[in-house]
Design a protein. Structure first.
Ligand SMILES: NC(=O)c1ccc[n+]([C@@H]2O[C@H](COP(=O)([O-])OP(=O)(O)OC[C@H]3O[C@@H](n4cnc5c(N)ncnc54)[C@H](OP(=O)(O)O)[C@@H]3O)[C@@H](O)[C@H]2O)c1
Length: 306
């Protein structure tokens, strides 16, 4: 596999003063495990939206060198493009890639996961006992273990697309044979991409419906807010900037103060003012239950994928 050139840069992440309330990562305070420290060699099978985000995040943060990473895609032409873009070895041979890895990241569509694990198992590419980290929505660790036909350490992870700019939210959960070390290793993959937390696997479909699908819900809200401004005469570009910064600022206020959104909402809501007038209308339109039901529906759909 051909290796291209890559530019590395390191970025310090500012710590908020309320990190204790909403720690960015569960391992904070006990010393982070790192890819390099653990001597991991990582194969990312599926360098699409999410697989690329992981590779770029690790390289950008200096958590991994190009030699620590390799990956695959389906199409040969795409392999060349990805290799040139990321500066890592990229091919189309999952078996060859997996054989060399201590951690195999499955960043494939859910319906490809079972067949690829079976392909690896049949070729003996899992005989050295690598850990598997799967991003696939809805695919249970027990299903992956069954596809492998052996007791493999499997970690299920659910990131989201803001991971591309280091503002993602990832939840990791351990399969039956995954240890704390396996969770540490999985966490190290996602830490450069934003916040990471751990939950039991029973919650993963709900996580998919909330933080996995959630960016799409927020984009619809952003579009609607901006259109309200356009409706009242704001230039579209300005309206979108106002909406996006407002959503970002409000969300960060929740994370950085640890205060309940209802309390922060009350601060904006002057008696007999314009905000309460609008809130009444949003309640009439059932905005609150529509959003909550959206998460419920996405979680239900995620469960059916498995
Ligand atoms: N996108 C999200 O917001 C999001 C969020 C959380 C979790 N996830 C999960 O992440 C996984 C990947 O999603 P995505 O959005 O990154 O998908 P994507 O952009 O469509 O990427 C899929 C990649 O898999 C490659 N591929 C397909 N079949 C393959 C095979 N047999 N062997 C090796 N590579 C193969 C494709 O190669 P080609 O480019 O050559 O076709 C492509 O690079 C999914 O399971 C999804 O549930 C996604």
């Amino acid at each position: 596999m051909e290796v291209g050139l890559v530019v590395l840069c390191c970025r310090e992440r500012p710590r908020s003063r309320t990190d204790e309330r909403f720690p960015r990562n569960p391992s904070e305070g006990r010393g982070w495990a790192t890819i390099r420290g653990m001597g991991q060699k990582i194969a990312i099978l599926g360098l699409g939206t999410m697989g690329r985000a992981i590779a770029q995040g690790l390289l950008r943060a200096g958590e991994a060198t190009p030699a620590d990473l390799m990956g695959t895609v389906k199409h040969g032409r795409r392999a060349e493009e990805r290799s040139a873009e990321l500066g890592i070895a990229v091919g189309t041979d999952n078996v060859a890639c997996a054989r060399e890895a201590t951690t195999i990241v499955l960043a494939l569509k859910p319906y490809h996961v079972g067949e690829v694990i079976q392909e690896l198992a049949a070729a003996g590419a899992l005989d050295h006992g690598p850990r598997i980290v799967s991003l696939a929505a809805g695919v249970r660790t027990s299903t992956m273990e069954a596809s492998a036909g052996r007791d493999l350490p499997v970690v299920r992870a659910m990131p989201n697309t803001p991971a591309r700019i280091g503002e993602g939210m990832t939840v990791v959960s351990a399969g039956a044979h995954a240890t704390d070390e396996d969770l540490d290793a999985a966490e190290a993959l996602f830490r450069p991409l934003g916040r990471v937390t751990r939950l039991d696997e029973e919650h993963m479909d709900t996580v998919t419906g909330l933080s996995g699908s959630g960016p799409a819900f927020v984009y619809v809200m952003l579009e609607a807010l901006a259109e309200g401004g356009v409706m009242m005469g704001l230039p579209r570009k300005v309206a979108l900037e106002l909406a996006a910064q407002t959503v970002q600022g409000a969300a960060r206020l929740v994370l950085e103060t640890g205060r309940h959104p209802a309390e922060l909402k009350d601060e904006v809501t002057t008696p007999a003012g314009c905000t309460i007038a609008a809130l009444m209308m949003l309640e009439d339109g059932k905005l609150r239950s529509v959003l909550a039901r959206g998460v419920q529906e996405a979680a239900r759909a995620a469960k059916e994928l498995g």
